[in-house]
Design a binder for this molecule. Sequence first.
Ligand SMILES: [Zn+2]
Length: 205
Amino acid sequence: MTFSRGEGLIAGPVARLIEEFSKLPGIGPKTASRLTFYLLRAEEEQARALAQALLDLRERVTLCTRCYNITVGELCPICADPARDQTRICVVEEPLDVLAIERTGVYRGLYHVLHGHLAPLEGIYRENLKIDELLARVRAEPVDEVILATNPNTEGEATAFLLLRDLAPLGVRVTRISRGLPTGGDLEWADPDTLGAALEGRREL
Ligand SMILES: [Zn+2]
């Protein structure tokens, strides 16, 4: 076993994995150490499976060329499914929001993932979001309704307002999910019943 200089008694590879785990959201130094020592004692197969899953994540997962959801291959399973309602596009901020809405079971249309929200103070502007891509879809596809399902917080509302302005000249029906959701929250944390009701109770903009 080798010992890195600054780390005292902790072997280099151990210290390195603790450091990498510590960089993940929600994981403090204690949890990072616990996970690392767990993997040190676990079956080699388990550690290898984790390492392979991490590699696959970066090497095989891409964005759907139509809706920008995460996928392996060109189209995501939702875009590739001809049984989905092709006349509705639900616009969300993140791929996790797609999962949250799918869990409600009330929506059978398509999605469009913006990959963020408008936040000029954080340097996120209109051109950083997949907005032009959405407008191109509305022009090219048989879309009757665009449902704005950005988060019910300040940034999400600002993003919805911008989208409404951009979509208005295209003559498509634009709706917003209802305010039944806890304000300030994220879609991905809403319970399926509340989110389903917010979708069904959407209102015309
Ligand atoms: Zn897709």
